[in-house]
Ligand binder design. Structure first.
Ligand code: FE
Ligand code: FE
Length: 190
């Protein structure tokens, strides 16, 4: 399936707004790939499909992951919404014919990040946050500039704001997000 066919198919699966968001992440990831010398076709596909399983109902998210033997953490059982990232990677493979592991891991880690991310993973994580259709989050102007100047600084900035936002809201922070935050703040201090 080529990328245009993927788009057609995705359009059927997502509400209009989420589809627009996906196109925004596609293009934003593409521009960042130019900037950082990453394969831009991979960035475009990962950006396009990163949320492709977002609208699978939550109970099905759990059962579909279980059926495929994917590990589900305690935090994910409590917040099945988090599983959309893993499940979108599964769907990208099964329903859109994506076999490239770089693309699939960029989709898998787009919500939580992980320590020692690849450049493509960072790009999709950041593009998801800064794409033009996003409602303006605090410090968005600065974060958008950082995305094109200093990838790790940008990543850390988003992780910092997310962890603090989630804590303030009293929402659970996925342990992997915390680990990722600690990993990159430590790296920065060195
Ligand atoms: Fe997502
Ligand atoms: Fe997204």
């Amino acid at each position: 399936m080529d990328r245009l066919e993927m788009r057609e198919k995705l359009k059927e699966k997502l509400p209009a707004k989420r589809f627009e968001h996906s196109l925004g992440v596609e293009y934003t990831a593409g521009t960042m790939a130019f900037m950082y010398g990453v394969d831009y076709e991979k960035a475009l596909i990962a950006g396009l499909l990163h949320d492709c399983a977002k609208y699978v109902p939550n109970d099905k998210k759990i059962s579909k992951c279980e059926k495929r033997g994917l590990p589900i953490s305690e935090c994910e059982y409590k917040n099945p919404e988090l599983l959309h990232a893993k499940l979108s990677a599964v769907y990208a493979k099964e329903k859109y014919g994506v076999t490239d592991e770089d693309i699939l891991s960029a989709i898998t880690y787009h919500t939580t990040g992980r320590p020692a991310m690849t450049t493509l993973e960072k790009i999709v994580y950041i593009a998801d946050y800064i794409e033009p259709n996003r409602t303006l989050l605090p410090e968005m102007d600065l974060i958008r500039k950082e995305a094109y100047n200093d990838l790790d600084q940008c990543l850390l900035h988003i992780l910092h704001n997310s962890v603090h936002y989630l804590c303030k809201k009293g929402a659970a922070v996925d342990p992997i997000t915390k680990e990722t935050y600690e990993y990159y703040s430590h790296l920065r201090r060195q």
